[in-house]
Design a protein around this ligand. Structure first.
Ligand code: ADP
Ligand code: MG
Ligand code: ZN
Length: 493
C-alpha cells in the first residue's frame, strides 16, 4: 500500500523586542547566566505581571502578515506544569481566546503555489534553559519571560520540501517586518513537527506523533523521513501508532518515545487572574497595519517585472532584508546619477538599467558569497550603496574587469578597504585610449608576425593568443572587448 504523510507545525518564534513580556528585564541574547532576571520573571510569590505593549504590537503585525483575523479581545491563560526551568510552575500562554486566528501563508512549490492554513497564533512567555553537565544540571533563567509567539498551522503539509519552503518563507516575512530574526541556530525559531500517515486517497487523519524542538532544516528533514518510515512500517506489520511526543536523535537518525502526549486537560489551563483581558480596537489594528512594509515576495516580483532581473538573482537579493535594501539604495543612486548625466531628459535611462542589473549580480553573487564565507551577519554589513554604484558604473563602462570588482569586494570583507580605494591604489582602472592600444597592437603583430599570418590563413584560434599578448603588454589593464575589436581591425589590413 502507498501512504501519504500529513504534517502540521507548531513554530515558536522569539519576538524582536527589547524587554520581556511581563517585566522590564532585557531580552538580549548571550548575557551572563541569570544576569537578566527580576522577581517577576523568577516567579517569586507576590509579584504581578504587567504586559509589554510592544509584544501585542508585534504579534498583531505577525498576524496581519499571515492573513489572520485579529481578535478585539484576547485573554492570557495559565498552563500549569512543573519543570525546573519554569520557577512559577505555570507558563502564561493563551488557549481559549488566542490573539490571531484563521490565517494563511502561500509557498512556492515545483507544482506551483500552495497555501498552508494558519490555525492560530498566540502570545506566551519562554521558560529558562537547562544546561546539562556530566555531574550536574545548571539553570539559566535569563530566557524566562522572553516573549514568544506560537504559530500553529493546519495539517496541510505533505512533504519535507513544503515544510522547508514554509519555514523559509516565514523567516523571511517575519524578519523583513522586524518581528523576529528567526535564527534557528540561536533558538529564536523552534519547530515542532506533528506527523501522521494514511493510505493514499484517504481523507481521514491518522494518529499523529509530535517531534519537538528541531533546530535545523537538516534535522527536520531527517526526523520527517525517520518518523514517517517508522509509522508506515508499524501499520504495515499490523500495529497502531500511539499518540505521543517523540525525540529525534541526531546520532542514530531515529525517533524515540519521550512521553505519551498530554492533553490540554492535563495542564489545567485557566484564565490568568493577574492579567486583565487585552482590548484591541480596530484603530489600533489599522495603525499596526500601516507599519507593514513591502514583502520580500512582492520585491522579487517587482525586480523581475520592472528591472528584468532573472528569478534566481531576485531570490538571492531578497534573502536578507539588508541585501534587498542595499540593492534598492544602489539602484536609486544609479538612477539619480543617470538623471544628472542626462540633464533630465531620461530620468530612468537605459544606462541606469544596465548598471542596476550589474549591481544586482554583484550583490547576488559576490556579496552574498562573502557574507557566507566570512560568517558576517547581514545586519552588520556596512558596504555602501555609493561603493556598489561606483563599481557597477565602472563595470558597465568597461573601465574595470569583473575580476577587479571581485577582488575589491573581497578586500572590503577582509580588511574593510573601500572598493574605491582598492581599485585606485592597485591601479586597476582600464585606460580607454584607442590610440595607445593601436600602437601596442601594431607592435605585438610585428613581433608575432607568424601567428598573425596563421590567423589570416584561417586559424581563428590564434586570436585568443594575440589578445593575451596585448593584455600582457598592458598588465591586464585593458578592456578585452576593446582589444578584441582593435585587433580584428588591424588583422584585416
Ligand atoms: P496540541 O496543541 O495538543 O499539540 P493541536 O490539535 O492544536 O494539538 O495540533 C497541533 C498541531 O498538530 C497542529 O499543527 C495540527 O495541524 C497538527 N495535527 C493535528 N492532527 C494531526 C494529524 N492527525 N496529523 C498530522 N498533524 C496533525
Ligand atoms: Mg503541541
Ligand atoms: Zn524580569
Amino acid at each position: 500500500m502507498t501512504y501519504e504523510i500529513v504534517m502540521g507545525l507548531e513554530v515558536h518564534v522569539e519576538l524582536d523586542v527589547k524587554s520581556k513580556i511581563f517585566c522590564s528585564c532585557s531580552t538580549a541574547f548571550g548575557a551572563v547566566p541569570n544576569s537578566q532576571v527580576c522577581p517577576v520573571c523568577l516567579g517569586l510569590p507576590g509579584t504581578l505581571p504587567s504586559l509589554n505593549k510592544e509584544v501585542v504590537n508585534k504579534t498583531v503585525k505577525a498576524g496581519l502578515v499571515l492573513g489572520c483575523n485579529v481578535a478585539n479581545r484576547t485573554v492570557f491563560d495559565r498552563k500549569n506544569y512543573f519543570y525546573p526551568d519554569l520557577p512559577k510552575a505555570y507558563q502564561i500562554s493563551q488557549l481559549y481566546a488566542p490573539i490571531c486566528t484563521n490565517g494563511r501563508l502561500e509557498i512556492e512549490t515545483p507544482e506551483g503555489p500552495y497555501t498552508i492554513g494558519i490555525h492560530e497564533l498566540h502570545m506566551e512567555e519562554d521558560a529558562g534553559k537547562l544546561i546539562h553537565q556530566p555531574d550536574a544540571t545548571l539553570i539559566d533563567y535569563n530566557r524566562c519571560g522572553v516573549p514568544l509567539i506560537e504559530i500553529v498551522t493546519e495539517p496541510d503539509f505533505r512533504t519535507a520540501d513544503q515544510v522547508q519552503a514554509f519555514l523559509e518563507r516565514l523567516r523571511e516575512d517575519l524578519s523583513y517586518q522586524e518581528i523576529s530574526d528567526c535564527k534557528m541556530q540561536e533558538g529564536s525559531m523552534r519547530v515542532d513537527v506533528n506527523l501522521s500517515v494514511r493510505p493514499e486517497g484517504s481523507t481521514l487523519l491518522g494518529t499523529r506523533t509530535e517531534m519537538k524542538n528541531l533546530s535545523s532544516f537538516r534535522s527536520i528533514r531527517r526526523a520527517i523521513a525517520a518518523e514517517s518510515a517508522r509509522q508506515i512500517a508499524l501499520l504495515e506489520s499490523g500495529g497502531t501508532v500511539v499518540q505521543e511526543t517523540r525525540r529525534f536523535d541526531e546520532a542514530s537518525g531515529q525517533t524515540f518515545s519521550m512521553r505519551t502526549k498530554e492533553n490540554a486537560q492535563d495542564y489545567r489551563y485557566f484564565p490568568d487572574p493577574d492579567l486583565p483581558p487585552v482590548k484591541i480596537d480596530d484603530r489600533w489594528i489599522a495603525r499596526i497595519r500601516r507599519t507593514i512594509t513591502e514583502s520580500p515576495s512582492a520585491k522579487r516580483a517587482r525586480y523581475q517585472k520592472d528591472l528584468g532581473i532573472p528569478k534566481e538573482t531576485a531570490d538571492s537579493l531578497t534573502y536578507y532584508k539588508e541585501t534587498a535594501a542595499l540593492f534598492e539604495n544602489t539602484a536609486l543612486r544609479l538612477e539619480e546619477d543617470a538623471y544628472r548625466t542626462c540633464c533630465g531628459i531620461h530620468p530612468t535611462g537605459d544606462a541606469a538599467l544596465g548598471r542596476i542589473r550589474i549591481a544586482a549580480t554583484l550583490i547576488a553573487g559576490d556579496v552574498l558569497r562573502l557574507l557566507r564565507e566570512t560568517a558576517t551577519p547581514a545586519e552588520t554589513l556596512t558596504l555602501s550603496p555609493a561603493s556598489l554604484a561606483w563599481l557597477s558604473s565602472l563595470l558597465e563602462g568597461d573601465r574595470i574587469t569583473r575580476a577587479s570588482a571581485r577582488d575589491a569586494l573581497e578586500a572590503f570583507f577582509a580588511e574593510g578597504t573601500l572598493p574605491e580605494d582598492y581599485i585606485r591604489s592597485h591601479n586597476l582602472l582600464i585606460e580607454k585610449n584607442d590610440a595607445l592600444l593601436s600602437e601596442i597592437i601594431s607592435k605585438v603583430l610585428e613581433e608575432q608576425a607568424a601567428s598573425a599570418e596563421e590567423y589570416r590563413n584561417g586559424k581563428e584560434k590564434v586570436l585568443g593568443f594575440l589578445v593575451g599578448q596585448v593584455m600582457k603588454q598592458l598588465n591586464g589593464k585593458a578592456s578585452p572587448k576593446d582589444v578584441n575589436r582593435l585587433l580584428l581591425e588591424h588583422l584585416k589590413n
